[in-house]
Design a protein. Sequence first.
Length: 76
Amino acid sequence: MGTTYTFKTNLKCKNCVAKIKPQLDRVEQIEKWSVDQRGNDSMLSVDMEGGEPSVIEKILLGAGYKAEFYSKTEDK
């Protein structure tokens, strides 16, 4: 059973997303991820099997972006 974590971010353009892509793709526990850039806050959704969502926050912060935890959804 996986978990989807959603974060409010300031990833405003394709280049911003491209900058974090290699780091997110390297995290074994991430099954898939996507960024919805419609609206004032870009929303990063990450489907994880195990692992801690703090890893995502650290990746974004390390790349110079914000990552504010927004929600958690358990897959059934």
